[in-house]
Design a protein around this ligand. Sequence first.
Ligand code: AMO
Length: 452
Amino acid sequence: MSTRTLVKNLAALPDGPVTVSGWVETVRDQKKVQFVILRDESGAVQLVNPATREVDPSLTEPAEVAEASARLATTEAISALAHGSFITVTGELKHDERVKLGGLEVKIASFEVVTAANPETPIAADSSLDKRMDWRFLDLRHPKQALIFRIQTTFLHALRGVWVEKGLIEIQTPKLMASASESRAELFEVEYFEGKAYLAQSPQFFKQMAQAAGFGGVFEVGPAFRADPSFTSRHATEFTSIDTEISWIDSHEDVMALHEELMVAGFQAVVDKHGAEIAELFGIELTVPTRPFPRIPLAEAKQIVADRGYVIPRADDDMDPEGERQISAYVKEAFGHDFVFLTDYASSIRPFYHMRHEGDPSLTNSYDLIYNGVEISTGAQREHRIDVLIEQARDKGMDPEELEFYLDFFRYGVPPHGGFGMGLARVLMLMLEEHSIRETTYLFRGPTRLQP
Ligand code: AMO
């Protein structure tokens, strides 16, 4: 193991010898003194080296000459350091209030270039998003980019805390499937030996299977694939889906209650752990949403949006992106809230497995969660009565025979259940007011992006 000290831990150490490792951010090469800003995964520190530009010709003692030569070599090596090189430095830590960066510096005694960087850095702060994505590993070195994934870690950890505390079981469902799980339209087909397989669009069927298996409640954070050819800021061909499914619900209200609880826990953890950094690097005062989140039936939401002067182009259709922005703006004004559940979607625009209203089969026990103008989630109570389920599948033009494996879950006793799926990158994009999920996805996948 390396004996290096993380930069963030230097502040707590007394003056004295330390070893630090990291990437060279800048070199300020003055005649008499050199300053290097070194960054590791925890922070940045100033290194200082009194420059030796030549070996004093009057020195005669071999030891003195050797020492001066070594200092000259160090000075020249620092002058030659390329931005981004990874170095290990041993030196003397000194606390000094005058140093702007953290009130301390390390005076270099010796250093080693572990891996030198190419002198030309391929991206700069003003490079296009596409270029930055080509050089994602360099892009991610910026503390702001890395913070996104620290936040993601904290958010998911908090969600897991809620799930685990409630006794839910974590599952990993297969991503190779024999049939579509959402719609035939956005399905990736792959060769599978002599036949074909499809990439899972959602763990939908398998998380429901867990209810038939008697697991009571499950969760999964895993990849989902959609052959969606669009180039919007919110669509990827592969994304991380946060899924949960619970048994013994009375309606989709129970799913929404769990959803709220998860969001509040996730945001609370992020605010507690990263609130100050988010304010500093993103300029955002993140707050924890209050419960309950406002709920508006979709039909009413459309009317509100129409009253604000925006008519959604097709009358029987879903909310479109502008409609989502408008309803969020309304909710912000009327309730001061960033989240809104749009409920009671029409059966015509929902999948066959959503339970329909008891007295009005044109509506479903379902919802979308909209956050700051963008849909982040879809949830519903599922239809668990086999005859109704088959009827609804037929109603959607599906062949129940192709769904046999799924329909079997409902033939041997299954409790009422429901759940939701939520796009992780969308939550982070909206939380941090980023403009695209490309910024909040570790490695984005889109129609023209398969590398890196
Ligand atoms: P849905 O298809 O609405 O529902 O997806 C749920 C959530 O997943 C995210 N999402 C996407 N994110 C990035 N790129 C995409 N192409 C993409 N497609 C979807 C969104 C969306 O709200 N099985 C249901 C969920 C359920 O009922 O449990 C489903 O997949 O944030």
